[in-house]
Design a protein around this ligand. Structure first.
Ligand code: NAD
Length: 355
C-alpha cells in the first residue's frame, strides 16, 4: 500500500484542492496527514468528511507565515512530505486586495521553505533522500495564450494578475531553494479545477448555485475566454504521483485536455440542470447575462500534458462532460454544504472591477 509509515503535511487542506488531496490520501493510501490551515473564509472543514476520529488525520490551525508554529509542527510530526496548497486563490479578490496574496502566497511559501529546510538539514540521510517539498501552483503563471499553442514546462513566466504574479514569485522561491540549498522540491502547475466542495465564488459553483436559484448568470465580457478544465480528483491523483515519482527539482504541468469557453461551460451547466430538474419555465440558458469583463482577463489557457503522462503515467479519468455532470449533481445532492456557506453570510457580490 502506498505511503505506509509516511507523514504528509498538507497546507491549505481545508480548501478546495487541499481537501481533495486529503480525502484521496486517507481513502487510497496509508499515509498519515497533518492538515495545516489558517481557516480563512475559503476554508471548510465540512469538506473533510470521515476524517474525524481517524488516527491517520490531524489538524493544526496554523498560518504558514508563522515560522514558530510551523517549527513546532515539524518537531512534533517529523514529516516525510510537505505539500503546499495554502494560498489566497481568487483572481478577482487579488485585484481589490493584493496584500493578502503577497503575504500568504509569497511570504508564507518563503516561511514554509525556511522551516522545511531547517528541519530537512537535521534529518538522517535516508530521511533526507525521501523528503519532498511539493509546491502546488497554477498555469496562470504563464500568462495568456492566443488561439494556438499550449503551455509546457519550459514556457517563460508572464503572470498578469496580482494572484498569478504572487504564485509565480513563490514558484521561483521554491526552485531557488533547490538550486541554492538542495532542498528536494517538485513544482506542479495545473489548469482550472472544478468538482465537489468548490467555494461558491468560483465560476462553476457560482453558476450552478445561481441557476438552481433561477437567478441571473453573469458571464464576464464576451464569454469567449478559454480555460482547460480538470476534475479536482484527477488533480489530486496527479499530485500524489508527482510527489512519489516526480523528478526532484523538476516541474510538471497538469491539465484536462478539456478546453472550453466560459459560455460553453455555463450552457453545459444549464442543460444538465434542465435535465435534472425540468421546469415548467423555459431553459436556464435564458438567465445568462453578459457583464463587464475582469480587468486584465487572460484570454486562453491550455496545457501540454505530455510530460506528466509520459513520465508518471498519469491520465485524467474524467472528460469535461462526465466531470461537469458529476459536479452539478453533487451540488444538487449536497445543498447543505453550500447553503451553510450562504447562511454564514457569504454574498456572491461582484469584486475586482476597475477602480
Ligand atoms: P482555496 O482558496 O479553496 O483554499 C486555500 C486554503 O488555504 C484555504 O483552506 C485557506 O484557509 C488556506 N490558507 C490561506 N491562507 C493561509 C495561510 N496563510 N496559512 C495557512 N492556510 C492558509 O484554494 P484552492 O483552489 O484549493 O487552491 C489550492 C492551491 O492550488 C493554491 O495554491 C492555488 O494557487 C493552486 N491552484 C488552484 C487551481 C484552481 O483551479 N482552484 C488551479 C491550479 C492551482
Amino acid at each position: 500500500m502506498r505511503f505506509r509509515n509516511s507523514t504528509f503535511f498538507v497546507t491549505g487542506g481545508a480548501g478546495f484542492i487541499g481537501s481533495a488531496v486529503i480525502r484521496h490520501l486517507i481513502r487510497d493510501t496509508q499515509a498519515t496527514v497533518v492538515n495545516i490551515d489558517k481557516l480563512t473564509y475559503a476554508a471548510n472543514l465540512d469538506s473533510l468528511p470521515n476524517t474525524e476520529g481517524n488516527s491517520r488525520y490531524k489538524f493544526a490551525k496554523v498560518d504558514i507565515c508563522d515560522g514558530t508554529e510551523l517549527r513546532k509542527l515539524f518537531e512534533l510530526y517529523q514529516p516525510d512530505y510537505v505539500m503546499n496548497l495554502a494560498a489566497e486563490s481568487h483572481v478577482d479578490r487579488s485585484i481589490d486586495g493584493p496584500s493578502a496574496f503577497i503575504q500568504t502566497n509569497i511570504v508564507g511559501t518563503f516561511t514554509l521553505l525556511q522551516e522545511s529546510l531547517s528541519y530537512w538539514k537535521t534529518q538522517d540521510q535516508q530521511k533526507r533522500e525521501r523528503f519532498r517539498f511539493h509546491h502546488i501552483s497554477t498555469d496562470e503563471v504563464f500568462g495568456s495564450l492566443g488561439p494556438e499553442g499550449y503551455f509546457s514546462e519550459t514556457t517563460p513566466y508572464a503572470p498578469n494578475s496580482p494572484y498569478s504574479a504572487s504564485k509565480a514569485s513563490s514558484d521561483h522561491l521554491v526552485r531557488a531553494w533547490h538550486e541554492t540549498y538542495e532542498l528536494p522540491i517538485i513544482v506542479t502547475n495545473c489548469s482550472n479545477n472544478y468538482g465537489p466542495y468548490h467555494f461558491p465564488e468560483k465560476l462553476i459553483p457560482h453558476m450552478i448555485i445561481k441557476a438552481l436559484q433561477r437567478q441571473p448568470l453573469p458571464v464576464y465580457g464576451d464569454g469567449l475566454n478559454i480555460r482547460d478544465w480538470l476534475y479536482v480528483e484527477d488533480h489530486a491523483r496527479a499530485l500524489t504521483l508527482a510527489i512519489e515519482f516526480g523528478k526532484v527539482g523538476g516541474s510538471y504541468n497538469i491539465g484536462g485536455r478539456s478546453e472550453r469557453t466560459n459560455i460553453e461551460v455555463v450552457r453545459a451547466i444549464c442543460h444538465i440542470l434542465d435535465e435534472i430538474d425540468p421546469a415548467t419555465h423555459s431553459s436556464r440558458e435564458g438567465l445568462i447575462v453578459f457583464v463587464e469583463d475582469r480587468p486584465g482577463h487572460d484570454r486562453r489557457y491550455a496545457i501540454d500534458v505530455t510530460k506528466i503522462e509520459r513520465e508518471l503515467g498519469w491520465r485524467a479519468d474524467e472528460s469535461f462532460e462526465s466531470g461537469i455532470e458529476k459536479t452539478v449533481r453533487w451540488y444538487c445532492d449536497n445543498r447543505w454544504w453550500w447553503q451553510a456557506i450562504l447562511d454564514k453570510g457569504y454574498q456572491p457580490l461582484r469584486v475586482g472591477l476597475k477602480i
